[in-house]
Write a protein that binds this ligand. Structure first.
Ligand SMILES: Nc1ncnc2c1ncn2[C@@H]1O[C@H](COP(=O)(O)OP(=O)(O)OP(=O)(O)O)[C@@H](O)[C@H]1O
Length: 454
């Protein structure tokens, strides 16, 4: 027999074993108990592998007592490919997931293409005996079965290096990104013991689409956040800690809290909401910062009210001021300015990565300049009274209109009176159509103008 004929025979033998495997597998699945059919399936897989030019990596669920991270990554990665399965998929969702995740089921195969290399994934489940002399579940003979689950990744032998060095790292990387995107956000607060209370789901609906601020400012903020999240290489090259501080300042009701929610939803970062008056000492503050997870936003709202953070030179002012300070200090926490500065950029504050710190204040001028310098508060964002462009966004959010005959008058009035987006939002939600709502808003603005004496 020629070489050619030999190889044809082998190829057809492999093909016919594969076809028989499929047939037997489907028959055994229908007729036999799952343990027995799993046994036959695994034997057929081995035979097929033995005869082919394929190389297979088995990725088992656990390695001894430890969870196998590659298995975990394969599960997550394949969840995005499960729709390619032909007959069956598994579906699951935990409380911490945003959406349902799908997975391939046993005996299903999924094909993937990585830079021109074809790979096949399959899910294998077999029952293996466990010997345990204290186990009486099987008639007291001390042996029971445990399920061993694994993913198998098969490809042509010649691509071994590429799969090991590029494809598997790619799957791990992708899985990490998919997981982060699917994770529901958490909101953490501090309890009486000065510890973070495990997060409740954070479900603030605000996004950059609905946030009503000046369009250029919005663009600038989004670009800054994008640069930050993509900055891993930059931060390590320049030796800077991968963190960024934002100071949001402006009158009440201009959208500082709304902007924080939009940032968290945009980045998919958890929020750690820190009320400094609830923290007893600088040491506790340090522990809290150390115990935050990566990819998170530490928020300290109304920072000027919660701690005595005025310019240090002003602290020894006249008697009256001192009296005021004493009153205020009773309410204030024992966290000091230097404790807070350390929390933001002390050595140990650099332990994590992808950390954002946000301070909000209605009175930027009351804050110590040390707190505001770049490296601590890298971007100062002024949220001001409602501009016409912010109003257009609110009108679209609440009434679904982008233009209206009253818009021109409203634009002029917004140039003359100081009104917050919160006040405008309050007016727009009173009625749900533009015809009824906008004339009322015009009256509201005229009244405000009169009160302001303009
Ligand atoms: N810029 C905005 N875009 C969209 N909605 C806004 C905006 N500003 C305020 N609002 C509306 O007003 C409400 C109050 O706003 P928000 O709490 O964000 O303001 P704030 O500046 O944080 O106020 P405070 O200083 O009192 O904490 C929000 O729930 C939202 O409905």
């Amino acid at each position: 027999m020629s070489n050619n004929t030999n190889s044809t025979v082998i190829v057809s033998a492999v093909a016919s074993v594969a076809a028989s495997a499929m047939l037997i597998r489907s028959v055994t699945n229908d007729l036999l108990p799952s343990e027995v059919s799993d046994y036959f399936s695994s034997k057929l897989y081995s035979l097929r592998r033995h005869l082919s030019s394929q190389f297979t990596i088995a990725i088992e669920e656990d390695q001894g007592m430890m969870w196998n991270q590659v298995y975990d990554a394969a599960e997550v990665y394949l969840s995005t490919k499960a729709s390619l399965a032909r007959h069956r998929v598994r579906a699951s969702k935990s409380e911490n997931d945003k959406s349902v995740a799908f997975g391939i089921d046993k005996d299903e195969e999924i094909f993937d293409d990585f830079e021109g290399v074809k790979v096949t994934w399959s899910f294998v489940r077999v029952f293996e005996p466990v010997t345990n002399r204290h186990d009486y579940s099987n008639g007291g003979n001390g042996s029971s079965k445990k399920v061993v689950k694994s993913y198998e990744l098969s490809f042509h032998k010649k691509h071994k290096e590429k799969i090991f060095n590029s494809y598997l790292p790619f799957v791990l990387e992708r899985a990490k990104a998919i997981k982060e995107a699917n994770m529901a956000l958490n909101l953490y607060t501090v309890d009486n013991e000065n510890e973070w209370i495990p997060g409740v789901p954070f479900s603030h609906p605000m996004s950059f689409k609905t946030l009503a601020i000046d369009a250029d400012l919005k663009k600038e903020i989004i670009e800054d956040l994008d640069k930050f999240v993509k900055g891993k290489e930059f931060y390590s090259r320049t030796g800077k800690a991968w963190k960024r501080g934002y100071l949001l300042y402006g009158p009440p009701g201009t959208g500082k809290t709304s902007l924080i929610a939009a940032m968290a939803n945009y980045l998919n970062y958890d929020i750690y909401d820190l009320d400094l008056t609830a923290v007893d000492t600088n040491r506790e503050l340090k522990n809290l910062v150390l115990n935050m997870s990566n990819r998170s936003i530490l928020v300290m709202e109304d920072i000027d009210c919660t701690i005595k953070l005025q310019n240090r030179e002003e602290e020894d002012d006249d008697d009256d001021k001192e009296k005021d300070n004493t009153e205020r200090d009773k309410k204030n926490s024992k966290v000091t300015l230097s404790g807070l500065l350390n929390a933001i950029d002390g050595l140990w504050s650099c332990c994590g990565e992808e950390r954002i710190i946000v301070f909000t204040t209605n009175h930027k001028e009351k804050l110590d300049p040390a707190l505001l310098r770049p490296g601590r508060m890298d971007m100062h964002i002024h949220l001001s009274y409602c501009t016409f462009s912010a109003f257009q966004q609110l009108a679209f959010n609440y009434l679904g209109v982008s233009d209206h005959c009253h818009f021109h008058e409203i634009e002029e009035l917004l140039g003359e009176v100081q009104v917050t987006p919160a006040e405008i939002a309050g007016e727009l939600q009173n009625k749900n159509n533009a015809e009824d709502c906008l004339p009322d808003l015009v009256n509201f603005l005229h009244n405000k103008k009169m009160v302001e004496g303009k």
